[in-house]
Design a protein around this ligand. Structure first.
Ligand SMILES: [Cu+2]
Length: 502
């Protein structure tokens, strides 16, 4: 490109597009792309020095850089644990894990290292498991050598010939089911010179989940093979649970720092359009490989793939990590938050700190009120106060975007829920409006509205009951209570003023 430009400039001086400001970029593009030689140049000889036990970390933490200039023997000890954990507030799921977490423990080695892998399957497991590491050179990536029955340990060794960020996963039949239950994680094989230094490193991994019940339906939810085959996930999540990285568990950073994300996608089915709302990736090592692209908005992470991204934080506030296939973020859980503290930079950005539209009910420190209400409902001891607390958490972001945080509404657009005579006249109008929406003229506190509230039928019966109960017991409304069964009954009968949505 540089050469072409020079010739063009010589022919028509001043008339070509080759200005002085373009030249450096052109020159860089024309520079020969660096070729690391791959596996052919990845063997640095037999391991040297003392045997090293790999420090494994649970997400969202990442082990420190290896900081070594020679190949070593590294021992990795990973446990397979089958355990019940929350997948959302008040919803539990039996996960199969590497190291007790979803995603599994983060492994960090150096290119040329000889990795001795010990896979232990806990005695209380019900299934055999194994591991296929995408960073392994050899058929199956370790799978056949690591097939491990409950209560057993297996061992295999590989030399990490290629640098990069690699997914590992279980490859025991039915493979899809093992992966869908959370059996995946990341192994970073650092290039010999390491990665550029940054201030913070985090580990985030997306996965899609298939439960028998619908999104946020309370109680224990079994795996649904039909939905998995149809590729219709109930949840799409970062780090294995809704809320794993929001509220008081949000990732943290300060302005002036450079943050690095190691992001994997376990699948089993979906490809991720990974994006951070309000940030631009300064660098993306796309596909977890050797080269980086700069100034990227959204990067594609295939199922069974990974990427590394760096960004410098200038402005304080909440940054929302999403899969930009956006229904997954707002209706299936693929949403995490990075909270940056530091002094305002109004010269760079003058706007509001947190945009509730983006964070929704995840804006609060945690959603424990929802989990508490679900636990009480299960034992038949759900109190009015528990319903109100859970409803308040869900109201934020669900209803408050239109009706406002204190239910005051918006003049001429959204009627008030506070001290509403429309609600007082018939409290059952609240669950009715939530489930069926509302169209046509309504008069609230002497003012006319003639608009369209879309139905929110994606909410579960207990969510509708709790939100309605909260509204009835807030801001001067008459009180009362809506039960889950009542919500279920109201769901079945659409009134005349039901909305078909927008
Ligand atoms: Cu498995």
């Amino acid at each position: 490109m540089f050469a072409t430009c020079a010739i063009a400039a010589a022919i028509a001086i001043g008339a070509s597009g080759c200005t002085a400001t373009q030249t450096p970029a052109d020159a860089k593009a024309a520079a020969p792309s660096s070729d690391t030689g791959g596996s052919l140049k990845g063997d640095f000889g037999p391991p040297r020095g003392k045997e090293i036990k790999a420090a494994l970390t649970s997400p969202p933490l990442v082990p420190p850089p290896v900081n070594r200039d020679y190949p070593a023997k590294v021992v990795v000890e990973l446990d397979v644990v089958e355990k019940e954990m929350p997948i959302s507030e008040g919803v539990s799921y039996t996960f199969w894990t590497f190291g007790g977490t979803v995603p599994g423990s983060f492994i960090r080695v150096r290119q040329g290292d000889t990795v001795q892998f010990h896979l232990r399957n806990m005695p209380d497991s019900k299934m055999p498991h194994n591991i296929d590491l995408h960073g392994v050179t050899g058929p199956g990536g370790g799978a056949a050598s690591s097939f491990t029955a409950p209560g057993h340990v297996s061992r295999f060794t590989f030399k990490a010939l290629n640098a990069g960020l690699y997914v590992y996963h279980c490859a025991t039949a039915p493979v899809g089911m093992h992966v869908a239950n959370g059996m995946y994680g990341l192994i970073l094989v650092e290039p010999p010179e390491g990665l550029p230094k940054v201030d913070r490193e985090y580990y985030v991994m997306q996965g899609d989940f298939y439960t028998a019940g619908k999104y946020r339906e309370k109680g224990h939810q079994p795996f649904d093979m039909e939905k998995a085959i149809e590729e219709h996930p109930t949840y799409v999540l970062f780090n294995g649970a809704e809320g794993s990285l929001t509220g008081d568990k949000a990732l943290k950073a300060s302005t002036g720092e450079t943050v690095r994300l190691f992001v994997g996608n376990g699948g089993p089915n979906l490809v991720s359009s990974f994006h951070v709302i309000g940030e631009i990736f300064d660098k993306v090592w796309y596909e977890g490989g050797t080269h980086f692209q700069e100034n990227v908005q959204t990067t594609l992470i295939p199922a069974g793939g990974a990427a590394i991204m760096d960004f410098h934080v200038e402005v304080p506030g909440s940054y929302v990590l999403v899969d930009h296939s956006i229904f997954r973020a707002f209706n299936k859980g693929a949403l995490a938050i990075l909270k940056a503290d530091g002094a305002e930079r109004k010269d760079i950005y003058s706007g509001k700190e947190v945009d509730a539209v983006y964070i929704g009910d995840r804006a609060q420190p945690n959603m424990s009120a929802v989990a508490t209400a679900a636990a009480s409902a299960k034992t038949g001891e759900l109190t009015l106060q528990e319903q109100i607390d859970a409803g308040k958490a869900l109201f934020t972001g669900t209803c408050s975007t239109c009706h406002q945080p204190q239910g005051q509404g918006m003049e001429g657009v959204f009627p008030p829920l506070a001290k509403s005579d429309y609600i007082a006249a018939d409290p059952k109008r609240v669950p009715g409006a939530i489930l069926h929406g509302l169209v046509g003229p309504v008069k609230v506190n002497g003012k006319d509205y003639n608009s369209n509230m879309p139905p929110m039928s994606q909410l579960t019966d207990d969510e509708v009951a709790n939100i309605a109960t909260y509204v009835l017991n807030s801001w001067g409304n008459p009180g009362g209570r809506v039960s889950k069964d009542e919500a279920a009954a109201i769901r079945k009968q659409a009134p005349a003023n039901a909305s078909g949505g927008h």
